[in-house]
Write a protein that binds this ligand. Structure first.
Ligand code: NAI
Ligand code: 3PG
Length: 528
């Protein structure tokens, strides 16, 4: 089936070419579409690609009935309602780092321009003036630069600033002083950074924690004459407080690429001479746009065509190498989940254990989400997928417990799934044999090696002679063909199980007949 991808904010031709070459992919690339146009076009799209212009709201997502993935050709995903996307099972992915050099270089461009009044001097010359006195600047050499957020972009800025002989201090609650020192940066508290810096540059994401990080009191804690650069997100600064501090000279100047509202029409900061601006140009370099376009196009294709998830912000990402390793276990995880989903009613707790060396150093969260998806699928059908599965489990108040151990339990890789409810407890375990054969090896306390596919009858009975014959003849009488059968019994030899693979589903009448036998304890039919 052809998949449709809607590009909302343009995409560099390298990305368009990748999408264009892909089989069974149709691309819609309207010029600056309005929100209404996006809404209409989204109705039959499988994927959408955005930059920061398009606001992907819960309401807009309501129109994307086929939407499976949102690609952000860039870093910040604050324009996307991630929660709403997750609960609809829509994957959100970005291209972290692909535009980091561009954003860092833009920061440096703004810092230099701010220090030497380049935009103001340009404007003055356009007005026919030659005003050498008015634009006296400051050097960066020996000045202290405070970097807030020492991630991808902050680290590049620090590196380049050190080359310009600045003293670089940094604040980032999530990195260690040693990690900062490797970058040549002295890690300090926010208060110390504010008090010591001649220039302050912001490089953190916009989150609940960082919103208005630079508020009135933070500004008051800064050195008089400080200069501020913001190429991260507008919401990090209280713009009213900044306006006042610029007006009274406490802050000597600011260079802003980003704003709380974009475009910032009517923003009083636009009226100040000591502020310079760019219209969110941090990522606007040919190289960055080539990088983000190529990255997002290949990530989206990988997901839509092969189910490979990279750089997702609402699903654990996995490298192609690790994906190859866990691939057979993904199928096993889904089948074990499906099996439990058809055997268990009113669940309260789901336990998943990964045992054996196979799982050492592999990301297990994708497997866990696959088990949950398998478990919920028989109940919720197409409404569940890998992205929303954990949320749906939570909504159903089912407690999830996962664990892993290097102990082999007899297999190099064994996944055990235990499902418990008030009146129910069932444990199943499976493995993947060399060659990729997937087998159910434990069912409650039975040991076996049953194929985990197709339609299966699980018949538990008292271990007495004649039971296999009865099962076989009952199915035969109704023309239900047996593909194969796996037998096992408890160590006590009192009970036995037959896992009977059928060519077609057995009618309810047959299941009732089997259940009516006095020695048959349970009969369940599952489709894997
Ligand atoms: P990143 O995730 O690599 O780095 C962010 C850093 O902020 C992390 O090291 C994190 O530990 C740190 N952090 C988190 N909370 C903090 C706090 N309370 N105080 C100090 N540090 C804190 O992100 P990256 O790629 O470096 O991007 C940084 C920002 O730049 C993002 O907001 C991104 O959207 C924005 N950006 C803007 C561009 C533009 O066009 N102007 C271009 C690219 C990115
Ligand atoms: C980002 O987060 O990647 C930047 O803000 C760039 O945004 P843009 O792609 O809209 O220029």
């Amino acid at each position: 089936m052809t998949m449709k991808i809607l590009i909302c904010d343009g995409l560099h031709e390298t990305g368009l070419a990748l999408l264009g070459e892909a089989a069974q992919v149709e691309v819609e690339n309207p010029e600056q579409p309005t929100p209404e146009e996006i809404q209409t076009r989204l109705a039959d799209c499988d994927a959408m690609i955005v930059r920061s212009r398009t606001r992907v709201t819960a309401e807009l997502l309501g129109h994307g009935r086929r939407l499976k993935v949102i690609g952000r050709a860039g870093t910040g995903v604050d324009n996307i309602d991630i929660q709403a996307a997750s609960s609809r099972g829509i994957l959100v992915m970005n291209t972290p780092g692909a535009n980091a050099t561009a954003a860092a270089e833009h920061t440096l461009a703004l810092m230099l321009a701010l220090a030497r009044h380049v935009p103001q001097a340009t404007q003055s010359m356009r007005e026919g003036k030659w005003d050498k006195k008015r634009f006296m600047g400051t050097e960066l050499c020996q000045q202290t630069l405070g970097v807030i957020g020492l991630g991808r972009i902050g680290s590049i800025v620090a590196d380049r600033a050190l080359c310009m002989k600045m003293e670089v201090i940094g604040h980032d609650p999530y990195i260690t002083p040693e990690a900062a020192a490797i970058r040549g940066v002295e890690l300090v508290s926010l208060e110390e950074l504010l008090a010591r810096s001649d220039f302050i540059t912001l490089h953190t994401a916009s989150t609940k924690e960082t919103r208005n990080l630079i508020d009135r009191s933070a500004l008051a804690g800064m050195k008089r004459g400080v200069r501020i650069i913001n190429c991260a997100r507008g919401g990090l600064i209280d713009e009213t407080a900044l306006y006042e501090a610029l007006l009274n000279g406490h802050v000597a100047g600011a260079a802003l690429d980003v704003f709380a509202q974009e475009p910032p029409s009517g923003n009083p900061l636009l009226t100040l001479d000591n502020v310079i601006f760019t219209p969110h140009l941090g990522a606007s370099s040919y190289q960055a746009q080539t990088n983000v376009a190529r990255a997002i196009a290949s990530q989206i294709l990988d997901y839509l065509q092969h189910g490979i998830i990279r750089n997702a912000v609402n699903f654990p990402s996995i490298t192609p190498k690790d994906y190859e390793k866990i691939k057979p276990y993904v199928i096993l995880a889904e089948r074990l989940g499906k099996l439990q989903g058809q055997l268990s009613a009113a669940l309260e707790r789901l336990e998943i254990e990964y045992s054996g060396l196979e799982f050492q150093d592999l990301p297990l969260q994708p497997l866990t989400q696959t088990v949950i998806k398998g478990l919920l699928e028989p109940i919720l059908a197409e409404n569940v997928n890998l992205v929303n599965a954990p949320l749906l489990l939570k909504e159903r108040k089912i407690e999830l417990v996962t664990s892993s151990t290097s102990e082999s339990r007899g297999y190099t890789g064994l996944i055990t799934v235990r499902a418990t409810g008030k009146d129910h407890a069932c444990s199943v375990a499976g493995t993947v044999f060399p060659g990729g054969e997937i087998r159910l090896v434990r069912f409650i306390n039975y040991r076996l090696e049953a194929e985990l596919e197709g339609i299966n009858l699980l018949v538990q009975n008292l271990d007495k002679p004649g039971m296999i014959g009865f099962i076989g003849s009952t199915l035969g009488n109704y023309q239900v063909n047996i593909a194969n059968m796996h037998l096992s019994r408890t160590p006590e030899r009192d009970r036995a199980i037959a896992i009977v693979r059928l060519d077609e589903e057995a009618p309810q009448e047959v299941l009732q007949l089997l259940r009516s036998h006095p020695s048959i304890l349970s009969v369940q039919q599952v489709r894997l």
